[in-house]
Design a protein around this ligand. Structure first.
Ligand code: 8YV
Length: 320
């Protein structure tokens, strides 16, 4: 680590691309904080040079870190979600914050549909049934639920929500959505009441932002309205669903099934979910494809380059 007075970048996590470090060090002296034995003293020593922080959607970037960096001008994050970054605090100090929207829409929407199909058609359970040598035994495999031509409710009709709706149209599904406000010019039906949407829907896919504004949005009442044949899919943030209420509803049969990519306290997954056959659980892999992760990393690097050369970022997080 160089102690020069060069413009420095504080990188909180590795960017898994062989060319990333070379691109970052084009404009900045790169501090690879995850390699440091004593990160706090490194920050104290270099605080007057650090202009940029590189972080990710799942890497905490709190106000006290932001306050420890008096020269900080930009926070460039890998990921579309920014609930782990104190964006309001940063923006209050005129610090730019960028994320990586759009480039992951397809893969996250594909996984949402994969989880819906896997849960409705019991793919995880069926896989275990064959691997556990039950096929051909007396234990008949239970029937699943049809997906095509069913009613899909989307909670959070943003970029990823729209990509999910596009896929649902391919399955001839009826689509309605709930947002904080109705979107103009959208052909899908708007439900101002989340409970009404859940009562109407066969399946509910959660594609909202995370953070305080949506914490516990999907509560026991909404889950009850979705019902014993209903299936919930979550590819946004675990905090959006009241996880205890969901586990109880699944255990009592009040809720039919769940396909989950995100959890309240990742990587911790409630043990109760692990023994349920009507639940599909995967480890936050929404954007985890070679193509999409490369595109996300490239957009982080493009944002850093843009800041270094123009003082602006390409994909700023909206003002909160
Ligand atoms: C993570 C995500 O970035 O983009 C988001 O908001 O949650 C994911 O794409 C990814 O899992 C890396 O942490």
């Amino acid at each position: 680590m160089s102690t020069s007075a060069a413009r420095a970048i504080l990188q909180l996590l590795p960017l898994n691309a062989p060319y990333a470090q070379e691109r970052l060090s084009k404009h900045f002296d790169v501090i690879e904080l995850w390699k440091e034995a004593d990160p706090k003293s490194v920050i104290a020593e270099r605080k007057d040079n650090i202009e940029v922080v590189v972080t990710s959607a799942m890497t905490p970037t709190p106000a006290d870190l932001i306050d420890a960096l008096p020269q900080l001008k930009a926070i460039c994050s890998q990921g579309v979600g920014y609930d782990a970054i104190d964006v309001k605090h940063a923006q209050g100090k005129k610090i730019l914050v960028s994320n990586t929207p759009e480039v992951l829409n397809d893969c996250v929407a594909d996984l949402a549909f994969g989880l819906l199909l896997a849960t409705a058609r019991k793919l995880g359970h069926a896989e275990r049934y064959v691997r556990d040598h039950q096929w051909g035994t007396d234990a008949a495999f239970p029937l699943g639920a049809k997906v095509s031509h069913k009613r899909l409710g989307i909670v959070g009709l943003g970029r990823i929500g729209m990509a999910i709706a596009q896929r649902a149209a391919g399955f001839d599904m009826d689509i309605r959505y709930h947002n904080r406000s109705e979107r103009i010019g959208i052909s899908y039906g708007y439900e101002a009441s989340l409970v009404d949407l859940a009562s109407w829907a066969d399946f509910l896919i959660i594609a909202t932002v995370g953070g305080d504004s949506t914490r516990g949005l999907i509560n026991a009442e909404v889950l009850k309205a979705l019902g014993p044949n209903g299936i919930i899919v979550n590819i946004s943030r675990g905090s959006v669903i009241d996880e205890t209420a969901m586990v109880n509803a699944l255990a009592s049969g009040e809720l039919g099934g769940a396909g989950l990519d995100v959890y309240e306290a990742e990587p911790k997954v409630p043990d109760a979910l692990k023994s349920m056959d009507n639940v599909v659980i995967v480890p936050h892999i929404g954007s985890a494809t070679n193509e999409t992760r490369k595109a996300m990393i490239d957009l982080v690097l493009d944002n850093v380059d843009a800041y270094a050369t123009t003082g602006k970022v390409i994909t700023p997080v909206p003002a909160l």
